[in-house]
Design a protein around this ligand. Structure first.
Ligand code: 6PG
Length: 249
C-alpha cells in the first residue's frame, strides 16, 4: 500500500511499484505538455534506478505516449562513446529509445565522445536551440536518481559544477568512478516544471533521511534540487524509505 508522508514524498512497496508510478507520471506529464504546447521535453536520468521505468515506457506504456512530439534529453552522461557500457544513452537506448519510433532529431544525446568541455558547449547549444522560445531551458519533466553521497545527475558534493549558476551544462569529474561526465546544472534542473526522483534500495536509506527528514541541503546536491516554479516528487521504495518510517517528515 502506498503511503504519502508529505505532499511530495511517496513511498511505494518496491522498485517495480516505483517504476510503475513513474511511468504513469511520465505519461501524464507528456499528455499535459503536448496538450498545452504541442511538445514534451524530458531529461532522463542515468544510473540503474530508472532502468525498469525505461523498459516499461518502451513496452507496456509505449502506445500511451506521443513519442513523435516528445524530445528526450539526458541530465548527465559519462564521457564515453554512445555504445560504451557506461553510457547513459546506451542504457536508455537499449531499454526505451530503440523500441519506439520517434524522429532522430528528437533524441538529444550528450556527445560523450567529445572532449568534456566541447561536449558541454555542444549540449548547451542544443538546449539553447530547443528552448529558444522559452529563453531558458524549461523541461516539462526531469527524472533524477540519487547516489548514497547525495549526488544527483553528475553533481557531486563539493564539486565546482554544483555552484555553476550561469551555464546550462558543464563538465564534471567523478572521483569515485574515476571518469569525466557532462551534467546539466542546478539552474536547469530547478527550471523544470516537474522533477521526479526515483530512489530505491537500502543503500539510499541514510541519505534519504539526511535530505528528506533532516532537510539538509549542504553538502548534498540532491538537496538543492528545488524547482523554482515547478513541483518535485520523490518516489521511494520501502527500503530507501526505511529510515523515514521511524521519523516524521
Ligand atoms: C549517473 C546518474 C547518477 C545516478 C545516481 C544513482 O550518471 O550515474 O545520473 O546521478 O542517478 O548515481 O545511481 P543508481 O540509480 O544506479 O543508484
Amino acid at each position: 500500500m502506498e503511503t504519502a508522508l508529505s505532499s511530495n514524498v511517496r513511498i511505494l512497496p518496491d522498485a517495480e511499484a516505483v517504476a510503475r508510478t513513474a511511468a504513469r507520471i511520465f505519461q501524464s506529464a507528456a499528455a499535459v505538455a503536448i496538450a498545452s504546447r504541442g511538445r514534451f521535453s524530458v531529461a532522463l536520468s542515468g544510473g540503474s534506478s530508472p532502468q525498469l521505468l525505461y523498459r516499461m515506457l518502451g513496452t507496456a506504456y509505449r502506445e500511451n505516449i506521443r513519442w513523435d512530439l516528445t524530445h528526450i534529453f539526458w541530465s548527465d552522461e559519462r564521457c564515453v562513446p554512445a555504445d560504451h557500457e557506461l553510457s547513459n544513452f546506451r542504457l536508455a537506448n537499449e531499454a526505451l529509445t530503440s523500441r519506439i519510433s520517434m524522429p532522430a532529431g528528437n533524441i538529444h544525446r550528450m556527445r560523450g565522445e567529445l572532449q568534456p568541455e566541447e561536449a558541454a558547449k555542444d549540449y548547451e547549444r542544443d538546449l539553447q536551440t530547443h528552448f529558444r522560445a522559452d529563453g531558458f531551458p524549461r523541461f516539462d519533466l526531469v527524472l533524477l536518481g540519487m547516489g548514497s553521497d547525495g549526488h544527483t545527475a553528475s553533481l557531486f558534493p563539493g564539486a565546482e559544477a554544483v555552484s555553476e549558476m550561469k551555464r546550462l551544462a558543464v563538465p564534471a569529474y567523478s572521483a569515485s568512478a574515476g571518469n569525466w561526465r557532462i551534467t546539466l546544472t542546478i539552474p536547469v534542473l530547478n527550471g523544470a516544471s516537474l522533477v521526479v526522483f526515483l530512489v530505491t534500495g537500502k543503500a539510499k536509506a541514510g541519505i534519504v533521511v539526511e535530505i528528506l527528514a533532516k532537510g539538509k541541503r549542504e553538502p548534498y546536491p540532491a538537496g538543492s534540487i528545488i524547482p523554482q516554479h515547478g513541483r518535485i516528487v520523490w518516489l521511494l521504495d520501502s527500503d530507501a524509505a526505511s529510515g523515514l518510517q521511524q521519523k516524521s517528515l
